[in-house]
Design a protein around this ligand. Sequence first.
Ligand code: GSH
Length: 200
Amino acid sequence: MMKLHEVALSGNCHKVRLLLSMLGLSYESVAVDLAAGEHHTPAYLALNPFGEVPTLVDGDVAIRDSQAILVYLASCYGGERWWPQDPVRLAGIVGWLSTAANEIAAGPNSLRLHHKWGRSIDVSRAETITRRTLNVIERTLENNRWIAGDDASIADLAVYPYLALSPEGGVELAPYPHILRWFGDIRLLEGYVTMPGMRK
Ligand SMILES: N[C@@H](CCC(=O)N[C@@H](CS)C(=O)NCC(=O)O)C(=O)O
């Protein structure tokens, strides 16, 4: 059975929990105790040399990085529905995976680390990135039901958790009605699961 090395309050881990659940895949959850430094042990670093969660272990392979795990699961177990072959659609999806790893990590994720756990960050930079990113996503969702076009994809699952958790970082979402509408659509997807800190 697959093993997901994870942390309950991590939005990066939640991306993977969402897809595993939506694909109906069973897995063993292995809790990593960050406070105890479990992610810096040689055994964990052998699976993930960056010492981060999540890490997915499937048979002989260990995969690090939430975006990479989404790609792996979607392409192995999701079929055309979750991993389309059309190059334009695929490029659109990967573009959003990149946004999740860059702007969303440096914006809303960073603000949550600061407000919830006291991480020292450049708050004004994180707020600027957050505002710009939310504006782009709001405009995207004004014209599209889903973030990368007409169908739900791993792009939605990569972008969703840290936006849904962003009120924990002091972000006000009321000015973004299309993002709020899209939250509702994601929550109706079969297999949707929530996590602490998310409204639903
Ligand atoms: N790009 C990575 C980032 C993972 C990441 O930053 N994980 C955090 C928890 S959400 C972590 O492991 N932090 C522990 C540390 O950096 O010491 C991904 O998307 O999986």
